[in-house]
Design a protein around this ligand. Structure first.
Ligand SMILES: *[C@@H]1O[C@H](CO)[C@@H](O)[C@H](O)[C@H]1NC(C)=O
Ligand SMILES: *[C@@H]1O[C@H](CO)[C@@H](O)[C@H](O)[C@H]1NC(C)=O
Ligand SMILES: *[C@@H]1O[C@H](CO)[C@@H](O)[C@H](O)[C@H]1NC(C)=O
Ligand SMILES: *[C@@H]1O[C@H](CO)[C@@H](O)[C@H](O)[C@H]1NC(C)=O
Ligand SMILES: *[C@@H]1O[C@H](CO)[C@@H](O)[C@H](O)[C@H]1NC(C)=O
Ligand SMILES: *[C@@H]1O[C@H](CO)[C@@H](O)[C@H](O)[C@H]1NC(C)=O
Length: 443
């Protein structure tokens, strides 16, 4: 027992991190070259800690995840919104014409910012301009703040300046719009320019420049935009939909894949073009993605809470680095929190809550015969009020699929393979629970 009683909750621990690019750079093989441009060499990209990031708003994350995939609020969410003045202020109630007859109301956030504590450096233009961007496997637009962005919408973001790039070209008559139901969102025009991420670059990448950005998005000053790595079929450029950066550089990569090695309480890394076999333990469990959707959509084979038996039951889920929470069907949520003393659903937000010092059971999930482990303490998302914390697992009811977000991804090594259209999961060394509870330890 070397640690003193430290922090109980994830966000507090995260906020205490220094502004450093993280762990030492360790490439798996000495033959790998780092940072070479466009020659197809594998490379690793470290996340950078976003020190301007304010403590996470769990409620906001929950409602954003719902709005991101454009669906309706559940009854519980609707009730929460009508009863909670805070939410009423934050989220706009919308009547969807098509379902208005039944009185269905969709809830979408006024602040649809893609909060994330970490960003990666992306180089745009020639000579390169480095802007910090969030990598998001759940969308397909590469969009950035720029000198074309309406000035009052800019709040300290690093700007892409097309005029300073000798390769930038405005695409005539093309526009894009990421729209959230109440009209908030971002929209703008499109340039073609050189984009480089780590070791690969593409000369004619569609770079979506924001002209207008709604208030919520512009509040996150540390991120200049989003790099979406879902399939280009979800790209929002019109009339000529464009390919994503991943679509464009795929043939340059040594292997047509990238891996996410996110970490709890520390910057993680993304590797492009290779699998670092030293980054995980055991074997990788593979599963096919559904090719008729543009997302990394898979069908986990079941789940297990703590030491109970494994329940074989498939559910649909996308794998999304851009969502913080782990969102699963209600029956899994119910099963999980039935094993957590003191857990409850907050009527004001419809979110699952836990006592901050609760003993949380491990969560296991199936990918065919593979069993992934998420240690119990990874399931504590953020402090709320008093001794209440937000659970990291929340209901996906109201979304057409579950969302495997960062809560789970941080405990796994994940391969996004565009070569054979699979996602692979492997267990890895996870961080111990530093909660240093006063549990009597036999010594
Ligand atoms: C464009 O910029 C790059 C980097 O500064 C430079 O090497 C190149 O010569 C420039 N090309 C033209 C056509 O100006
Ligand atoms: C853009 O739109 C204008 C007006 O409709 C049209 O005259 C022009 O040819 C278009 N340009 C391209 C490249 O499509
Ligand atoms: C794949 O997704 C499509 C569209 O959502 C759906 O209709 C289809 O049933 C899915 N395939 C499988 C195997 O579930
Ligand atoms: C778990 O499975 C074993 C073997 O099938 C069975 O004997 C046991 O009763 C099950 N336990 C529970 C809690 O369902
Ligand atoms: C939950 O509470 C019950 C009843 O007080 C107790 O027996 C059990 O050990 C508790 N479980 C945990 C994991 O704390
Ligand atoms: C997909 O590719 C990976 C890595 O190239 C390989 O290990 C795996 O077996 C493949 N999976 C399937 C289902 O083809």
């Amino acid at each position: 027992m070397k640690t003193t009683a430290v922090l109980t909750c994830v966000v507090a621990a995260t906020a205490a991190l220094p502004n450093s690019p993280g762990k030492s750079q360790k490439l798996p093989k000495p033959t790998l070259k780092h940072g070479m441009q466009g020659d197809g060499n594998p490379f690793r990209l470290h996340q950078q800690y976003n020190d301007k990031f304010k403590a996470r708003d769990a409620v906001h994350e929950f409602y954003t995840a719902h709005s991101k995939y454009g669906v309706e609020a559940t009854d519980a969410m609707r009730l929460a919104i009508t009863q909670n003045p805070l939410l009423k202020h934050k989220f706009t109630l919308l009547r969807d014409g098509a379902v208005d007859q039944q009185g269905t109301v969709a809830a979408r956030p006024v602040r649809p910012d893609y909060d994330s504590e970490y960003v990666i450096p992306v180089q745009i233009g020639n000579p390169p301009q480095t802007v910090p961007i969030n990598l998001d496997t759940g969308s397909a637009d590469l969009w950035v703040f720029s000198t074309d962005t309406y000035a009052p919408d800019v709040h300290g973001q690093a700007l892409y300046q097309p005029a300073l790039s000798n390769m930038s070209q405005l695409m005539a008559n093309q526009s894009w719009k990421v729209l959230y139901g109440d009209g908030s969102g971002a929209s703008g025009i499109v340039y073609l320019d050189k984009v480089a991420v780590g070791g690969v670059s593409y000369d004619k990448q569609a770079v979506q420049v924001a002209v207008q950005v709604s208030a919520g998005i512009s509040a996150d000053s540390a991120s200049s935009g989003i790099l979406g790595l879902a399939s280009g079929r979800a790209n929002t450029i019109r009339p000529n939909q464009q390919m994503t950066f991943l679509d464009n550089v795929m043939t340059q990569l040594k292997e047509p894949l990238f891996t996410a090695n996110l970490q709890k309480g520390a910057p993680g890394s993304y590797d492009f073009g290779y699998i670092d076999h030293s980054a995980y333990t055991g074997d990788i469990g593979w599963t096919n993605i559904n090719l008729s959707t543009p997302y990394w959509q898979i069908y986990p084979s079941g789940f297990q809470v703590g030491s109970e038996n494994f329940t074989a039951s498939r559910w649909t889920s996308i794998v999304d680095t851009g969502t913080s929470l782990l969102m699963v069907p209600q029956n899994i949520v119910d099963d999980y929190y039935s094993k957590v003393n003191g857990s409850f659903v907050d009527k004001d937000t419809a979110m699952a809550m836990i006592p901050c010092d609760a003993e949380l059971p491990d969560f296991h999930f199936g990918i065919e015969d593979y069993r992934g482990l998420v240690p119990g303490h990874y399931m504590n998302y953020a402090p709320s009020q008093g001794n209440n914390c937000y659970g990291g697992m929340q209901s996906s009811d109201g979304i057409p699929f579950g969302v495997i977000g960062d809560i789970l991804l941080k405990a796994q090594f994940v391969v996004f393979n565009r070569g054979n259209m699979t996602v692979g999961f492997a267990n890895k060394k996870t961080v111990p629970n530093t909660q240093a509870k006063a549990t009597p330890t036999p010594m």
